[in-house]
Design a protein around this ligand. Structure first.
Ligand code: ADP
Ligand code: MG
Length: 683
């Protein structure tokens, strides 16, 4: 069924003019059919009516009666105060947004229905801005289905949107000839699509029954998976550098510099990468491995055949600090091999920046390390062959396109590294466009970090403990977390904590880093800490990713309950990297909830990043694990991973078949569930 839209189709609905149409478009709604697939996020029960005498405070309820008096009260905020009466009593309604004309309409009504949450204010029952419906003559019967609440946008009220969608549904199943894109064998005994849609838009009393939800969730998850697979297929069709050699000698030379051998996991992952690199199509691989599992070395070894074949490598780190550490590490490893290592960040001075840009465009620089500044327009590579993205597992479609442009005809290979393990359900949904390699083994000789939960009140005991550790040559991090939603305030908290610690430990060398400092200043402090010139580093979560100071053995985290488990695990991973026994002290707030306490206990009990990521997924949702919460990328309308995970295998199998053999169905499903904009944004 080709979905050719009538222009302005939506304007034929009652209540849709150009303004409302624009609002609908902003929601991704362009056709009647789009409206069918715009599903409610929750419901309200307006199927029964109560009277004033039997109102319960605090829950939204529906009442019918009359407005018997009204007055406008001037003040800082002008308000209209109305008296609403039914045969059992009276209540007050207060409105802050109203017009004279509206008040007249209310006065002249024969009856009104109000829906809202009552509260008792100085003995009087009142409603603040309830939803009010006005009737001339006898009001119609009550709804016999629950009232859906839809995602909406400015300029489109909930009642208006609800009415528009009701009109779209009223056209009936024959109008849409909604194709069951999946044959019965795959929808199993699940309900028909139309019935499922009606059940979600207009559920009879009680929530929509799970078979209807499942029917839609199945299709939605399938559509999302198909979109990711399609993006992937489109991308890997390009030509990429085809590498013949595995740089055996260079690798041997690098390994012989090191005081240790590769772990089995590192070897296995490296051979997975090698296979990708010899195929002539771009690699699209996610390398996940717990903090300290040795991803950096894998990245270095993967770079060698690319460099040996005459291509360049770019390694992108999330922060300047980390890029600097990587630059130092790669220089140490690669200079003896005669490979030129460059460093490029946003805050660089003009002259060194010009030099490195030149070396990138003429090919003199073989591997460059930097922040996202690496992929700016003005940066031209001679022959970029491999891009490595460290600690940033959501490397989006747009960024991938930018990378392609840097390849001078060939599409660079991509290796994305993350220390946040991706739970299986997320790997199957949000990361279906990537191949996944896993470092499931830590190098030998690591002692697990001893994790303790202490109350804030014991902060002073900790300083004594720190002092003892410093006497023995240890070093510590002290992390201040976000207190309010601005970086300013966390920087201030870190500053005042530093002051206090300097008073308590006057004989110790204490440094401070936070996100508002200049990059140069930050890395100077960091370097001082790494070189052992500081005992204690007070920091915000800027130190979260990747930083490596093996001598540091204590991590103190204030208000850990404000962070996700995966993030706490990352922070803890900054210690336990050397020979010393290491501690992580969680300074919990005085009034944390039982749930927060349970989470912290889990952190105490396990050092396994996978277990913690699963728990984060369960407790805080996928956005927190994938880091996509802000962008809202790939959020579902119906599907809920906690509930529908057991369908994922079946969906993966079906997606594979549709992807290869039924491209028409693939397009329609994507269009139906994700919409056309996304789907033309293929890489
Ligand atoms: P991450 O995976 O968190 O990025 P790194 O790559 O920073 O971990 O490695 C952590 C530390 O482990 C580094 O000091 C690194 O040199 C060391 N390392 C890497 N591989 C091994 C190995 N096979 N055996 C021992 N130490 C290793
Ligand atoms: Mg790392």
């Amino acid at each position: 069924m080709p979905n050719i839209r009538q222009p302005n189709e939506l304007q034929s609905l009652t209540g849709v003019g150009p303004k409302v149409e624009q609002a609908l478009n902003r929601l991704g709604l362009y056709s009647f059919r789009d409206l069918l697939f715009h599903l409610p996020t929750r419901y309200e029960d307006r199927t029964t009516q109560v009277d004033i005498a039997s109102l319960k405070p605090g829950i939204p309820q529906l009442l019918e009666g009359e407005i018997t008096s009204q007055s406008v009260v001037p003040g800082r905020r002008m308000q209209a105060v109305l008296t609403f009466e039914d045969i059992t009593g009276a209540a007050r309604i207060r409105l802050f947004h109203f017009s004279r004309a509206y008040l007249t309409t209310l006065k002249n009504a024969d009856a009104v229905r109000i829906f809202g949450e009552p509260r008792i204010n100085q003995g009087v029952t009142e409603f603040i801005h309830p939803e009010i419906s006005v009737f001339k003559g006898e009001p119609p019967p009550l709804d016999d289905t629950l009232t859906p609440i839809y995602p909406t946008t400015d300029g489109l009220s909930q009642p208006r949107l609800r009415d528009i969608i009701r009109q779209a549904l009223a056209k009936g199943p024959d109008f849409y000839a909604l194709e069951e894109l999946l044959d019965a064998a795959h929808t199993k005994n699940r309900p028909a699509l139309w019935d499922a849609l009606v059940a979600l838009h207009q559920p009879a009393k009680g929530l929509p029954a799970s078979p209807f939800v499942e029917r839609l969730a199945f299709e939605e998850l399938l559509a999302h998976r198909l979109l990711l697979l399609t993006r992937r297929d489109d991308y890997v069709r390009f030509q990429a550098p085809e590498l013949k050699s595995r740089a055996t000698e260079a690798r041997q030379a690098l390994l012989s510099q090191l005081p240790f051998d590769l772990t089995n996991a590192q070897q296995r992952v490296l051979s997975e990468i090698d296979q990708d690199l010899t195929r002539g199509h771009p690699m699209l691989r996610l390398l996940q491995g717990d903090v300290g599992s040795g991803k950096t070395l894998v990245a270095a070894l993967a770079s060698l055949p690319v460099i040996e074949a005459g291509f360049q490598v770019a390694l992108m780190a999330p922060t300047e600090l980390l890029s600097e550490q990587h630059a130092a590490q790669f220089s140490e490893w690669f200079r003896p091999l005669g490979i030129s290592v460059g460093w490029l960040t946003g805050s660089m001075k003009a002259q060194p920046r010009r030099t490195i840009l030149e070396q990138l465009s003429n090919g003199a620089c073989q591997i460059v390390i930097g922040t996202h500044a690496l992929f700016q327009d003005e940066i031209v590579f001679k022959r970029l062959g491999l891009a490595i993205i460290d600690e940033q597992h959501r490397f989006g479609v747009a960024q991938r396109l930018l990378l392609r442009e840097k390849g001078q005809g060939l599409t660079p290979h991509q290796l994305i590294m993350t220390a946040t393990p991706i739970p299986r359900t997320l790997a199957m949904t949000h990361f279906a466009d990537l191949d996944v390699s896993t470092l499931d083994e830590l190098p030998p000789g690591r002692t697990p970090v001893d994790t303790r939960i202490l109350s804030q009140a014991r902060a002073s005991e900790i300083t004594e403990r720190l002092d003892t550790q410093f006497n023995e040559g240890g070093q510590a991090y002290w992390v201040c977390t976000l207190i309010e939603e601005t970086e300013q305030s966390v920087a201030e908290a870190a500053e005042s904590r530093t002051e206090k610690l300097r008073l308590q430990l006057p004989h110790r060398r204490i440094g401070l880093v936070h996100g508002r400092m200049k990059a140069d200043d930050k890395s100077q402090v960091m370097m001082a800490f790494a070189n052992g010139q500081l005992d204690l580093l007070v920091a915000t979560t800027v130190i979260e990713v990747g930083v490596n100071v093996p001598n540091a053995n204590i991590m103190v985290i204030e208000n850990p309950e404000r962070l996700g488990l995966a993030q706490l695990h990352q922070l803890r991973g900054r210690v336990g990297r050397g020979a010393r026994v290491s501690f992580c002290m969680l300074l919990a707030g005085e009034t944390i909830s039982q749930q927060s306490r349970d989470r912290l206990n889990l952190l105490k009990e396990t050092n396994d990043g996978f277990v913690l990521a699963e728990a984060d997924l369960r407790l805080r949702g996928p956005g927190d694990v994938t880091g996509t919460r802000q962008t809202g990328e790939l959020s579902f309308r119906v599907a809920d991973l906690a509930e529908h995970a057991d369908m994922l295998d079946e969906i993966a199998e079906l997606a594979e078949m549709i992807r290869l053999e039924h491209t028409d169905i693939r397009e329609q499903l994507i269009e139906r569930w994700i919409g056309h904009e996304e789907h033309f944004a293929h890489v």
